[in-house]
Design a protein around this ligand. Structure first.
Ligand SMILES: [Zn+2]
Length: 382
């Protein structure tokens, strides 16, 4: 290609992004391994890596061999402290912030209570906090802000949030003029889904579904590293799959949504109905009640998962929720999913009950890094 015009510049930027992404994902590699993995010439990789070393973004490490018989190669690694990102998760009446390095390790964390009734008042508070983060962390390359509700991440626009009571709010245009690093606006659960794929080491070219149980129930399909939002940003809203048409009334106005059966408040209410003062926290006082409620919750979830498997056919499904340490719940989810989908599909779907809960603020911070690494589609397959 002739070294004129915009093409080569974009090609170079895209190659840099691919090298950064590979360095972040592998943590320790070599110029030779990068060249082979990214199908780039050794010369191209070396030029990029040398520039990164000069800029202090990458460092050389002791030689290593990646196989028993392999030649020893000079290690290269990203300096994670030189590429920071932050996630700000907004929920009803509180804000939770994490600043992370390029390997998703937490450098700073804070949570505070605040009023979330008035969008403009909260956005002014968030803009101020973004400015403080940038002052305290000069290596910050961007900040992602997560909200509950229906969000258009392209426009940075919130259509609706029943948790916050907000409607039609322009989040990005209100915040970006006050903040000198790029901002991302996302739904909290969808950001958590990105991190779940990384943590569970799912096939980056495959598809995975993340399902989160908390105050509500939400989910997201991640396909080839990208969140699938759907045509009106509600893809993955599994909390509102109806699993019992005669079930309790949901915040959405309908009856028997999955959320009204298995969310944290729903299960707490089920415990309280069985015996006064009985809660999840003191469940061992009534093991028979606990087992019955957990089996029922597992059945409901498994039924919904069967539908997700047939409709989206993800290779992995990650369940992130408070009930994962109850074996009866896990068994009921598996049984019910098996009964609700084709054997062929179930046998090829891996169900993961996550032992550690994902912090969506970490997922938001990861979304910033992945956004930076996204290659310019003007040159596909560059
Ligand atoms: Zn609902």
């Amino acid at each position: 290609m002739k070294e004129t015009g915009k093409g080569p510049a974009i090609l170079r930027i895209n190659n840099e992004k691919r090298v950064i992404a590979a360095l972040r994902q592998q943590q320790l590699t070599s110029r030779q391994d990068l060249s082979r993995q990214l199908k780039l010439s050794k010369n191209t990789v070396s030029l990029i890596v040398d520039d990164f070393i000069a800029a202090g973004l990458v460092e050389e490490r002791a030689p290593f061999s990646s196989s028993m018989a392999g030649r020893r190669k000079i290690g290269i690694a990203l300096r994670p402290e030189r590429r920071l990102s932050a996630g700000i998760m907004v929920e009803r009446q509180h804000v939770h912030v994490r600043v992370c390095d390029a390997f998703s390790r937490v450098l700073e964390e804070r949570t505070w209570q605040t009023s979330t009734e008035n969008p403009q008042q909260l956005l002014a508070e968030l803009a101020e906090h973004c400015q403080r983060l940038i002052r305290d962390h000069p290596a910050l390359i961007g900040i992602a802000l997560g909200f509950p509700g229906i969000i258009d991440p392209q426009r940075g626009w919130m259509h609706h949030s029943s948790h916050l009571g907000w409607q039609g709010t322009d989040l990005l245009s209100s915040l970006q003029p006050h903040v000198c690093v790029p901002l991302l606006i996302m739904n909290n659960v969808k950001a958590a889904a990105l991190l779940s794929v990384q943590q569970m080491k799912c096939d980056p070219n495959g598809s995975s579904f993340y399902l989160r149980i908390g105050e509500g129930v939400g989910g997201a399909l991640v396909k080839e590293g990208e969140i699938y939002t759907g045509s009106s940003w509600t893809a993955g809203e599994v909390g509102h799959l109806i699993v019992d048409p005669n079930g309790p009334r949901c915040s959405c106005g309908r009856k028997g949504c999955l959320e009204t059966m298995i969310s944290l408040p729903a299960v707490q209410q089920q415990f309280a109905q069985k015996a006064p003062h009985l809660r999840w926290e003191n469940r061992t006082r009534a093991p028979a009640i606990m087992d019955a409620l957990m089996t029922r919750a597992g059945n409901r979830l498994g039924h919904a998962l069967g539908q997700i498997m047939l409709l989206l056919n993800p290779g992995d499904i990650m369940i992130d929720g408070p009930w994962n340490d109850h074996q009866g719940f896990i068994a009921a989810v598996r049984d019910s999913a098996t009964q609700s989908a084709l054997d062929f599909t179930v046998q090829r779907t891996r169900l993961h009950f996550m032992a550690q809960r994902i912090d969506p603020a970490n997922g938001l911070a990861l979304a910033v890094l992945e956004q930076h690494e996204r290659i310019d589609p003007l040159l596909p397959g560059a």
